[in-house]
Design a protein around this ligand. Structure first.
Ligand code: SF4
Length: 343
């Protein structure tokens, strides 16, 4: 589904999470006024479309109710004309009481993204979130009762969080049966409290390779239960570079591609260990993920004395590969142990 985003950085939010710097993340420093949104929409939207206009980067339901209504009202005529199907907002899990929900529903909101980040009480407290792990479950229940679509956001690598915490939090997020997830490994942004922690040596972010490996495992579990992950890693913006917003952490402009390539590497490694071969066939659309960034996967196999020839075959199913005439599914070949074994 196409999303037409407007960024309202930090708007409405009375908190300051340790890692938060919405201006850097969104690439926008101020929220557009409702009138600006109305003016820009005709330039963005098709004549007919099933997308959603989104308000990201703040806690929409904590804006003044009159301002919320104004934003939503400006989009309404475009919904009525069929140019867009609905409205998506992001907010905190503890900012969805009955009144706030009614306002969203009356205003045409169809999807709500909740910044859960973690389901560990200790990690949430250390991040200064101001809500506990139970808020997400209550919010999802309320949203479901109004037939709203629900997306959950998770942040592996927060202070005090071991990799196993990310997997356990993922398990709890998936138990809530969200419509989709976003996974953003924690990075240290300039101007955040986390930057001070990092400079004082009190916080060490995940290394890029570790974050890729962890997120590959998370992605695999999501695919296993059919929950789409619509974003892996922060969206690249001009400011997300070391001399500006980025202080440290596992940021990469193509983080999602690194994660998918890691799954391919894992799957091929597993199969080649028991079924040696020299030719791998894949669908052409999978080629770049199979090869990896700058052919990293291929180099990885070459360095281990495994010289593979890659063949593109439009007859292959996506996310499948063939070695020596035998067909394998990426998901099955890259299997991870169940999260329950970590408990
Ligand atoms: S709740 Fe969201 S907008 Fe508010 S400080 Fe935390 S991350 Fe930033």
């Amino acid at each position: 589904m196409k999303v037409y985003p407007f960024f309202i950085p930090h708007a409405g939010c009375p908190y300051r999470c340790r890692f938060c710097q919405q201006q850097w993340v969104s690439g926008h420093s101020v929220a557009p006024s409702p009138a600006q949104v109305e003016k820009e929409l005709p330039l963005l939207l098709p004549e007919l479309g099933d997308g959603e206009v989104a308000f990201y980067g703040g806690s929409f339901t904590l804006l003044e109710p009159a301002l919320q209504r104004d934003y939503l009202q400006r989009v309404k005529p475009f919904i009525e004309r069929g140019q867009v199907a609905g409205i998506r907002i992001s907010t905190r899990p503890d900012a969805l009481d009955e009144e706030q929900l009614t306002l969203l529903q009356q205003g045409g909101v169809t999807t709500v993204e909740l910044g859960c980040q973690s389901f560990s009480a200790e990690v949430l407290a250390a991040a200064g979130r101001g809500h506990g792990p139970l808020s997400a479950g209550c919010a999802v229940k309320r949203l479901r009762s109004q037939s709203l679509q629900v997306g959950l956001q998770l942040m592996p690598g927060l202070p005090g969080a071991a990799p196993v915490e990310a997997l356990l939090s993922l398990r709890q997020a998936l138990d809530l049966e969200p419509d989709f997830l976003r996974i953003y490994p924690t990075v240290v942004l300039r101007g955040t409290v986390l930057e001070d922690d990092f400079q004082q040596g009190c916080y060490r972010p995940l290394a890029l390779d570790d974050a890729v490996e962890l997120c590959a495992e998370m992605l695999w579990h999501c695919r296993e239960v059919g929950v789409p992950v619509i974003r892996l890693g922060l969206q690249a913006t001009a400011a997300l570079v070391p001399d500006q917003a980025l202080v440290a952490g596992p940021y990469h402009p193509a983080f999602g591609a690194l994660v998918k390539s890691h799954l391919w590497r894992r799957a091929l490694t597993t199969v080649l260990a028991v079924q040696p071969g020299c030719e791998v066939r894949v669908h052409p659309s999978d080629l770049s993920d199979v090869l990896g960034q700058r052919r990293d996967n291929w180099r990885y196999f070459e360095e281990r004395g495994c010289c593979l020839t890659l063949r593109c075959d439009k007859g292959m199913a996506r996310d499948h590969f063939e070695i020596e005439g035998r067909n394998y599914a990426l998901q099955a070949a890259a299997a991870f142990p169940p999260i329950s074994t970590l408990l």
